[in-house]
Structure formats: C-alpha cells, structure tokens
Design a protein around this ligand. Sequence first.
Ligand code: SAM
Length: 267
Amino acid sequence: MQSLTDIRNLLEVRGLKPLKQFGQNFLHDQNQIRRLVEAAGIEPGDRVLEIGPGTGALTEALLEAGAEVIACEIDTGLADLVADRFGDQVQLVRGDCLGAGRRLSPDVEKVLGDEPWSLVANLPYQAASPVMVDLLMHQPRCRGQFVTIQKEVADRLLASPGEKARGPLGILASTFGTIERIGVIPPSCFWPQPKVVSAMVALRPLELEQEIDRQAYARFVTMLFSSRRKQLGRILGRDRRLPEGIEPSWRPEVLTNEQLIALFRLD
Ligand code: SAM
C-alpha cells in the first residue's frame, strides 16, 4: 500500500511533479482504495482495465486482489514508473486512453481483446464522461465500471427527471446501465487536494428488453438537450406528433427515460 509519503517520494526521485493538465490528483487514502476494489468484486484472474495508474497505488491493490491488470497511462514519466515497478505483472498501454471521436483508443481495445473485463480507476476528470459513455455504448465486453469521479459528474449520472443536473450523460447511463453511488470522497483523500469533492460510483451494463440504435439515440438526446430551455414543441416543430401523455409545452429535462425512448421511436 502506498502512503502519501511513498507517492511523493516516487515522483521526487524521478523529478516528476503532479500535472494539472492530466488531472493528476493521487488517491492516497487506503480505505478508499480498498472500498473501490471491494465494490468491483474482483475475483482472482479477473481482467481489469485501469485508466491512469499514476504511481500505482490502486494498481497494487488490484494485483493483490488477483486481478490481471491492463493499464493505460498518458504521462510518459508515470508510464516508466509503472513499467519499472510492476514489470510484466501489468500490461501497459502508453498514450491517451481516448482515440478519434473520444472513443476508447484502438491500442487499448487491442490489448483488451475478446474476453470480458471491468474498468476500475480513479479517472482523470477530463476523460471521465467520454470514457464512461463510450464503454457503456460500445464495449459490450465491459462488465462494469467502478470509478472515482468528480461528485458533480456523479450527480449528473444520478439525476432524476426534472432535476437541473438531468442531461444526456445521466440519461444514456441510466438507459443502458444501472448506476450506484458507492460513496463521497473528500478532497483530503487526494494529493494534491482537488478543489472539488469526488464520488465513487458503480456503473453496470443493462440489457434492454428491446434494443435500439444506441448511437442514433445518443444523437437524439444530445440534440434535445442542446436546447434544454426550449419547449419540445419549439425544438421538434409544432406539427410533430408526440407520444400520448407528452405535451409540446414540456422541456426535455422533465421527460423520463421511457418517454424519451417513446419520443425517439416516433421520430
Ligand atoms: N491511479 C492513480 C491514483 O489513483 O492515484 C492516479 C489517478 S489520477 C486522478 C489520473 C491518472 O490518469 C494520472 O496518472 C494521469 O496521468 C492519467 N491520465 C490523464 N489523462 C489520461 C488519458 N487521457 N489517458 C490515459 N491516462 C490519463
């Protein structure tokens, strides 16, 4: 287990400093790391993708739980550190976890191959939303996502119809998955301390009773919410037929997932 002093030393001996541009806030609270690994329910031999291993505090805990770890690190200094510390215990992909169109990078996909895997990560804040949506929409072999993210993003994931935080992220996540808040993490658990509170969430894929064109649905929801203050009648045109029970005067944020799908299917 890495203490805060260990993390500082690991960086210092390599002349590294936490980089804001890569969202480097290292999680040093052992209880929180343990909680994340436990929530993921890792069994020996399970394959885990860790995005941003950093100094390897979570990586170590995943290996101790018996996981086969595939890690992707963008920072060359930290990637070297991970390679030196873990050698071939970890399959390391160097570079950005996101490729063209903010989709999971083909280099990472290649290493993940055809077997099931889970994401367990303290996600860099810039990559959190695109990674989570892409895995849910396009990676059927991903069995679940167990991640630390900004609390504000967790609130958006969990927002109910009518709430201000309701938007495409939460709608897509709750249509194609189930979301559980594991807990809230105060800034003091990280170094350097972020300005905002974090949260730990589990996002598990859900099989739909009736499959829909996920990409087209995502485009439809995004289009509706790009005019979230407007009424449906103005966004879709007054002549547009609406499913029973939906009024043209309503705003997109009040619609339930079922109503949104019904509206999409009438499109
Ligand atoms: N896992 C470590 C921990 O729990 O303390 C570090 C987490 S830190 C919040 C985010 C990590 O993601 C950093 O190591 C950072 O360099 C890396 N990172 C940032 N953007 C990335 C990207 N687009 N692709 C891969 N790694 C990225």
